[in-house]
Ligand binder design. Structure first.
Ligand code: ES4
Ligand code: ZN
Length: 326
């Protein structure tokens, strides 16, 4: 119980949060009304009732439907601002936020609308809440390489508003290898590189993210434990894993939080971190992830301190800024 209290209060960085996954049902309906968008759910309760996922794809179908209410710059701002208020309550002092521009540009929303709305919320979070943040543009891996290149091109006028790129959406059958050339171009542009790998996909996809994309962090990565050589390599490089316990539970990556591999990852000497992924869909924000994981795995106060430390080590803040944070 002391470990839970410590986890709640300790300053943390959050590095794996899809901003579209922070859209609460109430805000989805409010934005639908504001924008005259028709939803295939009668009300908030009916939408929430649909949040019974069996795997990643069953979640993504509903997540993309929820994002369909986002049309104007104010919608992106309001969504991000609501997340920052939750982050503040959970003692998150730094966050690196994923966004999925293709989900919006495919509906005719301009790239400028998406990035300017999010970026303005980030600026206000620093000014009004004291939270530092950065944006990471994610490519949807179920779409083509050409679509990713076009998305990168459309985002380049706003280059100063994002620090890096990631890779998300349906993992199985869409290996990192599909995006080698896009990520090579991103590296030339000085963008930081992360990728989802080893959530539902095999350890081989984690190897590809490391070797072919030169990913600096692996998002999820829990399936690395199936490959001891890979675990040794991740430990040696100190490549961080941004692990999302409640996501893993809700998407049936684990059957029970008591079976979650977080303790094994820490015991293997990996730089594992706790994150919320899509908090509006998976049952809680960062502190809910910490509290439930600490309880289910009987993590110690020392484990909690390691996890908080890891979150800053894994972040893209400069060493000087890091020293001021932890
Ligand atoms: C995601 Cl949990 C997860 N995995 C892959 N892509 C995603 N996009 C939003 N949440
Ligand atoms: Zn994710």
């Amino acid at each position: 119980e002391r470990a839970v209290a410590l986890a709640r209060a300790i300053p943390k960085a959050e590095l794996h949060i899809h901003i579209e996954g922070s859209l609460e049902p109430e805000l989805i309906f409010a934005l639908a009304q504001r924008n005259g968008v028709q939803l295939p759910y009668a009300d908030v309760e009916a939408l929430r009732a649909a949040y019974a996922f069996t795997d990643l794809q069953s979640f993504l179908d509903i997540y993309y439907a929820g994002a369909s209410v986002l049309l104007k710059e104010a919608d992106f701002y309001d969504m991000a601002w609501a997340y920052f208020e939750r982050a503040k309550a959970d003692h998150v002092i730094h966050t690196e936020i994923f966004f999925d521009p293709q989900t919006h540009t495919a509906r005719g929303v301009p790239m400028a609308t998406v990035i300017q709305g999010l970026s303005r919320a980030c600026a206000d979070a620093q000014a009004k809440l004291g939270i530092s943040s950065a944006l990471i543009l994610c490519f949807l891996r179920h779409l083509s390489e050409a679509d990713a290149f076009a998305t990168l091109e459309a985002a380049l006028p706003y280059r100063e508003h994002f620090i890096g790129v990631g890779l998300d959406s349906s993992e199985v059958d869409h290996p990192p290898e599909k995006f080698v050339r896009v990520f090579a171009r991103c590296r030339e542009l000085g963008l930081r590189i992360v990728a989802h790998a080893g959530e539902e996909g095999p350890p081989e996809y984690i190897w590809e993210a490391l070797e072919l994309l030169q990913a600096e962090r692996i998002d999820h990565g829990v399936r690395c434990l199936e490959d001891p050589v890979l675990v040794a390599e991740l430990a040696k490089r100190r490549t961080p894993l941004t692990v999302c316990p409640l996501s893993n539970l809700k998407l049936c990556v684990v059957n029970d939080l008591a079976d979650h591999p977080m303790k094994q990852l820490l015991d293997a000497g990996l730089c594992a971190t706790v994150n919320s992924d899509d908090p509006a869909y998976f049952g809680g924000y960062l502190n809910a992830n910490f509290e439930q994981t600490v309880r289910a795995l009987a993590l110690t106060e020392a484990d909690v301190i390691t996890l908080a430390k890891n979150s800053f080590e894994a972040s893209f803040v400069s060493d000087a800024d890091r020293a001021a944070m932890f």
